[in-house]
Design a protein around this ligand. Structure first.
Ligand SMILES: [Zn+2]
Length: 157
């Protein structure tokens, strides 16, 4: 089981790590595509920060020098993940955070849930790179997102 998970992870992220060894960030920028619509990304920062956006679907990204491209703060996943930024066991808070989100009327929750489902169905990034988590655990954060979606959907039928 572990072996399978590791090989899947290498398939998703292997090219990112090999790129770091042989190319500068500037060279990598030329080939970066939007996770959501495959459009070429535009750099949106003039300073040392590596922020990018998609002119087609308006998604915003940040290039992490260690783990590659990931969603920028304020993208849908980041809003949900923010609730567990200090949690060692984020999966235990999924029900409570889903309830918090359902109580809000300032967010497009259906859009957020659809974006999470797309990420879970075919992983596009290290979700543990999106924010500065106190406890870095990719598997637990993905489990939290899965339970968040389950909770949302169970209350909407
Ligand atoms: Zn796009």
């Amino acid at each position: 089981m572990m072996k399978y998970a590791q090989s899947v992870e290498m398939a998703y992220y292997g090219f990112v790590f090999s790129d770091i060894n042989f190319h500068s960030i500037t060279e990598r920028e030329l080939t970066m595509k939007c996770f959501r619509c495959n459009n070429a990304l535009n750099k949106t920062s003039e300073d040392a920060a590596h922020f990018y956006s998609c002119s087609s679907c308006n998604a915003h990204y940040r290039l992490d020098e260690h783990t590659g491209l990931c969603d920028r703060w304020r993208m849908p996943l980041s809003l949900v993940l923010y609730g567990v930024i200090f949690d060692k066991n984020p999966e235990t808070k999924a029900v409570a955070i889903a309830a918090d989100f359902k109580a809000r009327d300032d967010l497009d929750l259906a859009n957020i849930v659809n974006d999470i489902k797309a990420e879970l169905k075919s992983p596009r990034q290290k979700v543990s790179s999106i924010l500065n988590f106190e406890y870095l655990n990719e598997d637990k954060l993905r489990l939290f997102l899965k339970l968040f979606v389950n909770e949302y959907e169970s209350c909407n039928h």
